[in-house]
Design a protein around this ligand. Structure first.
Ligand SMILES: *Cc1c(COP(=O)(O)O)cnc(C)c1O
Length: 401
C-alpha cells in the first residue's frame, strides 16, 4: 500500500511541492554598487589598485569595530590562517576541531604542521577544551579553534589550556565577524583571529580575509608575509605569498561594513523563528549559544536523530529538496574522514561528538532577504515530515530509517 496522494502529502510522497521554485540556500546581500564605486572610482583612476588606500581604510575601520590594535587584510581567510601559522614560526602539532570546513585543516598542512583532531562540545559544537588537553604532547605548538557558524568558542577554557602548556591560540573566525563573547567582540581573543570575507559570509569583499591581533610583531610579520615576505627591503624576512587584498575587494567590504549589524540581527531573528517552529519536535538537536554571547548565525543547523525524528538526516534532506528547499550538510564529512586528513587521524583518540554531529547535521537556508513566511513554511515542511511518518510507517515498512 502506498500513501494517499493528496495536496497535503509531502512532495516526496506525491504531494505538490510547498515551493514552486527552489528556495536558495544562500544569497548574499551586497551594498549598492554606486556606493562601492563612489570610493573605488578615484582609486581606479589613480592606478593604485591593490593593497593601497582602501585596504588601509578597511583595516582601520575593522580594527575599530573589533576593538583590536591591528587588523591585516589578506586575500582570503585560508591564506590568512596559513600566513598566521607561518608568521608565528610554529613547528610540530596543531590541535584543531574535525567538525569544521576543510580550509581550517589546509592552513595546518600548508605549513607542514601535523593536524591533531580534537572533539567538539556536544552542546555548542565548538572545540572542547578537555578534548584538546587530552591530546597535548611535547610536540604540540598551537590550538586552532573555530567559532562554528559564528558561535563563539569557550574562549576562557581554551586560553587556560593554551597558557598552562605554553601554546599559541589562534581562532578561525571565518563565520564570526560581528560575534560577541562575554559581551566582547570576537577578534580580541587568542594570539590572532582570522575572518573570511568571501560571499557566503556576512561581511563580503568578494574574496578576502582579515587577521586581527594585539601583537605588533605578529602584525608586522603578517604585513610582510602577504607581500612575498618582503616589506620593501627587497630581501624577504620570511617565506610569504602574494596574499594581498585588491582595492576593489576593500571597497566592497568597506561599503558592506555598516550593514553587518542589521545582517546579524536578521540572522538571529531567522534562527529564533526556526527554533521556535521546531523545538518541540522529537529527535532534533540545536546548537547552544552561551547566554552572554552573540552568534552571527552564518549558518543555522539542526542535528537529526533518525530514531527520534523518524527520518534520517539524508532522507529529510531529500524530502525537503522535493519541496524545493535546498539544504546543506555543514560540515560533513568531518575532516578526519576526508582523504586528505584521514592519515592524521588516530583511532586511539576518537571524536564521538564530532562523528555524531557531522553524521546528523542539516543546515537550513538562512540569509537576510529570506522572508519570515518562507522560514515558517520550511519549519512547517519539517514538522509535517515528522508527523506524517507515524502514518507512513504504518503504510510503508522501513520508511522511518
Ligand atoms: C569559509 C571558511 C574558511 C575559508 O575562507 P576563505 O576566505 O574562503 O578562504 C575557513 N574556515 C571556515 C570555517 C570557513 O567556513
Amino acid at each position: 500500500m502506498t500513501p494517499q496522494i493528496t495536496a497535503d502529502a509531502p512532495a516526496i510522497h506525491g504531494g505538490r511541492p510547498l515551493f514552486s521554485s527552489p528556495v536558495r540556500f544562500i544569497k548574499p546581500t551586497l551594498p549598492l554598487l554606486k556606493r562601492v564605486l563612489r570610493s573605488y572610482r578615484p582609486v581606479y583612476h589613480s592606478g593604485l589598485i591593490t593593497n593601497a588606500a582602501l585596504v588601509s581604510r578597511l583595516e582601520e575601520s575593522a580594527a575599530e569595530v573589533l576593538g583590536t590594535t591591528h587588523c591585516v587584510a589578506v586575500s582570503s581567510c585560508t591564506s590568512g590562517l596559513a600566513l598566521t601559522l607561518k608568521a608565528l614560526g610554529l613547528r610540530g602539532e596543531v590541535i584543531l576541531p574535525s567538525f569544521t570546513f576543510f580550509a581550517t585543516g589546509h592552513a595546518v598542512l600548508w605549513n607542514n604542521l601535523t593536524p591533531v583532531f580534537a572533539d567538539c562540545d556536544p552542546a555548542t559544537w565548538t572545540l572542547d577544551a578537555a578534548s584538546v588537553k587530552a591530546r597535548i604532547t611535547e610536540r604540540t605548538c598551537a590550538i586552532l579553534a573555530v567559532h562554528l557558524y559564528g558561535n563563539p568558542c569557550n574562549v576562557e577554557a581554551l586560553a587556560d589550556v593554551a597558557s598552562q602548556h605554553g601554546l599559541k591560540l589562534i581562532f578561525d573566525a571565518a563565520h564570526a565577524f560581528g560575534s560577541m563573547h562575554n559581551r566582547r567582540p570576537v577578534g580580541q581573543f587568542g594570539d590572532a583571529e582570522v575572518f573570511s570575507l568571501s560571499p557566503t559570509k556576512l561581511l563580503v569583499a568578494g574574496e578576502g580575509g582579515l587577521v586581527s591581533t594585539d601583537d605588533a610583531v605578529l602584525a608586522r610579520r603578517l604585513r610582510a608575509a602577504r607581500n612575498y615576505g618582503d616589506l620593501g627591503a627587497y630581501d624577504p624576512e620570511l617565506l610569504g605569498l602574494n596574499a594581498r587584498m585588491s582595492e576593489f575587494n576593500a571597497a566592497l567590504a568597506l561599503a558592506g561594513l555598516p550593514m553587518t549589524d542589521l545582517k546579524i540581527t536578521r540572522h538571529n531573528e531567522i534562527a529564533r523563528l526556526y527554533t521556535s517552529g521546531l523545538a518541540d519536535l522529537p529527535g532534533l538537536g540545536f546548537q547552544r549559544v552561551l547566554p552572554n554571547d552573540v552568534s552571527t548565525y552564518k549558518d543555522y543547523s539542526v542535528l537529526v536523530d533518525a530514531a527520534g525524528f523518524g527520518l534520517s538526516r539524508d532522507r529529510l534532506a531529500e524530502a525537503l529538496l522535493a519541496e524545493n528547499i535546498v539544504t546543506k550538510k555543514y560540515f560533513s564529512p568531518p575532516l578526519h574522514s576526508q582523504t586528505l586528513f584521514r592519515p592524521f587521524y588516530r583511532g586511539d583518540h576518537p571524536v564521538p561528538n564530532t562523528d555524531l554531529a557531522a553524521g546528523t547535521v542539516l543546515s537550513l537556508p538562512i540569509y537576510e532577504s529570506l522572508p519570515d513566511e518562507t522560514v515558517e513554511k520550511i519549519s512547517y515542511a519539517i514538522r509535517r515530515l515528522a508527523t506524517s511518518r507515524s502514518e507512513l510507517s504504518k503504510a510503508t515498512a522501513g520508511v522511518s530509517r
